[in-house]
Design a protein. Structure first.
Ligand code: GZL
Length: 305
């Protein structure tokens, strides 16, 4: 029978599912795996969605291709996590012309025209960098520490913003950044870059890695060089995924700022509102905690990801 009244919260009335096309960055890190799990576990048929999901292997051209194919399919709504900030205006204009609303999750785009997307759901990466840097200053200022930085994917919002936030926080301290390179958010590349730093410098005191996975790679390199991570060389990372929290509890990392990957529920709620033609907030900031070694031991048993 006809579904009367306004569309139900579970979807656009009755048996009709909301078709959503999602372009994911890739599968580069533990964070990304948890983020993908959250989206796939939430945007299900029983929750009123018909999800089309694609993994772009961290390539922007693959994301643009996926978004174009979803536009062709005529999905009700598009969502994606932009691998880098720039280069999206054309495909976002195409979505707008096709009358298909777009939701950003996790990472931001640099588009001037914010009518190109309905909402951006994600953490405040500058704040994450500041939280990490402020702890470093509290713990290590005044000791002439030399620091190396493992940056995330070049041009990505988290890499740009975490670097900015950390740099601002340590600017009044005597912590000296002696080198900074991208490890592309992966464990393998984090290890390779750290090996290079260890060959180049013999006085590294601190590593700031933009995510746990690169920090875990740095741990492997530090141990292979016969040193003790967390003691000879301190490590601060961002994400707080299970492997990172275990290393923190084991004393191999000194501090982790969380970046919550469980964005599925927020995305589902915003997508339902957008399809129902309701107003949605342009920016939804996900709250992040932070953990030292003691807090990690406490929190580990209950961690969902
Ligand atoms: C942050 C997210 C970053 C994580 C990395 O929201 O975009 O990408 O910090 C992931 O682990 O690869």
């Amino acid at each position: 029978e006809e579904s009367g009244g306004s569309e139900s919260a579970e979807g656009s009335g009755g048996d009709e599912l909301i078709s959503i096309g999602f372009s994911q960055v890739g599968a580069e890190s533990g964070w990304r795996a948890a983020n993908t799990q959250s989206i796939q576990d939430t945007l299900t048929e029983e929750n009123g969605f018909d999800l089309s999901f694609s993994d772009a292997q961290q390539k922007q051209e693959n994301q643009i291709q996926a978004l174009r194919s979803y536009i062709q399919q005529g999905v009700d709504v598009l969502a994606f996590s932009p691998v880098v900030e720039t280069g999206w205006d054309a495909v976002l204009e195409e979505a707008k012309s096709a009358g298909i609303p777009v939701i950003l999750t996790d990472r931001a785009v640099d588009s001037e025209d914010d009518t190109l997307y309905e909402s951006f759901i994600g953490s405040d990466f500058v704040l994450e960098g500041e939280m990490a840097g402020e702890w470093a200053v509290e713990q290590y200022d005044g000791e002439g520490y030399k620091m190396v930085e493992l940056q995330g994917t070049t041009g990505s919002a988290p890499a740009i913003d975490r670097k900015e936030g950390f740099g601002t926080a340590i600017s009044g301290s005597d912590i000296e950044v002696i080198d900074s390179q991208t490890g592309n958010f992966t464990r393998t590349e984090g290890k390779q870059v750290m090996e290079g730093f260890l060959q180049k410098y013999d006085d590294i005191d601190l590593v700031f890695a933009h995510n746990d996975d690169m920090g875990l790679g740095a741990i492997e390199a530090i141990e292979a060089a016969g040193m003790t991570p967390g003691e000879d060389i301190k490590i601060i990372t961002i994400d707080a995924v299970k492997d990172g929290m275990q290393a923190l509890a084991d004393g191999k990392i000194n501090y982790i700022v969380e970046c919550n990957p469980l964005l599925g529920p927020d995305l589902a709620e915003i997508a339902q509102k957008v399809v129902a033609g309701e107003e949605v907030e342009k920016r939804i900031v996900v709250e992040d905690l932070a953990f030292d070694q003691e807090a990690a031991v406490e929190a580990l048993p209950d961690r969902q990801y």
